[in-house]
Unconditional design. Sequence first.
Length: 320
Amino acid sequence: MKIEILLATYNGQQHVESLLESILEQNHNDILITISDDCSKDDTKKIISKIKKKAPNMINDITDSRNRGAASNFSYLLKNASCELIFFADQDDIWEKDKVSLFVRRYRKLKKNFPPNTPFLLFSDMTLIDENDNQTYDSYYEFCMKRPRKKRLKDLLIQNNMLGCTQAFNLNLAKLASPIPKEAIMHDWWLALVATTFGKISFIDKKTIRYRQHSQNTVGARRPGIYNYKQMLPWSDKTSYIRHVNAIFSQAESLKNIYKYRLDMKSEEIINNFLSIRDKNLFNRAWIMSKNRFVRNNIHETLEFLFRYMPNTPEKENEL
């Protein structure tokens, strides 16, 4: 089976060569790497050209002159994808040699049990490493106290549990989820929402990449704890968090509007119940979240969502 890896790059000269080399060393040998660079100002494009000379049949560089941003660049790649099974890649990670083969085996097994037009999304765990390739933690999910089995619609509306760098999905899902709307917080979260609504999601309980943590991570791994509780204090600044939660609601509304003629009654009811949280006071928010099981991965983050969000509060430009 030929698989396609979508790589969006931007100023990735420090680690992109290590990533590409780890992909070239995969024990699955029918691979196409489609790359779009987002106007890098460093030597990223030179490194890609060097790797392309080494494996010309594996590299498909579709870079143009547009500066899109991370989510839009992945959307551009998604629109141009053509293989049956597709992977996202982050420019600074390292793939384990058996990553692709593990996903291909799981995908083939899933295909046997569902109709041929079923959208599939697969994802896995990963180890954490620092800028110098040293392992800092064995499991992303253990470190972040996330639960990868929480992959139903009501779980994924409130929080994304799967990072794009561990995702693989079929062309059915790619076509259904494209184009990624501007309301989508990130490309991986949007694909997860569409997959859980209309298809099947499968977790591979293996560490298939080494996920690099550094100051430039777009998302990164954060361990919940005392930080969350400090942010709930009455005098703490909540405006940036409110902006973030409003974006989550906008994303859910976009899911409802785009697929309004395809949603079944149960999915539509779940989305409507989630959106009803927006204009409720603390007591009613707590009641709706409890009744519908709109809970995050752990008690820290669920309480943070409940206490830090205040409807109808003006937004200011602050960092999360």
